[in-house]
Design a protein around this ligand. Sequence first.
Ligand code: FES
Length: 108
Amino acid sequence: MNDLWRTTIGRCLLVDRYVGNDLFEKEEVMMTTAEIASKEPAVLTLEPDTYYWCSCGKSKNQPFCDGSHEGTSFVPMAFEITETKQVALCQCKRSANPPYCDGSHKDL
Ligand code: FES
């Protein structure tokens, strides 16, 4: 059986599966790549508290969660700030060290 990635519709892919030359089935598959909210980090001074970083990229309150991930496979990442400090929070959603920027946005 061969998969032919055919069409992107919003955050879904339509996949045609063939057996030989015959179409076997069509399947809609959710994409698992987060949206790029911005190609630069949000540099903020945060007070001690628990924060929820947006991992899906859909929040309108970047870099924090606003619940827009509902219905996706993404969940927000909770993180603690124990003393007032400046942080650079990832908004491209490609950092290998979330919620913090690691410079990955420079490759986009
Ligand atoms: S903003 Fe995502 S790695 Fe810098």
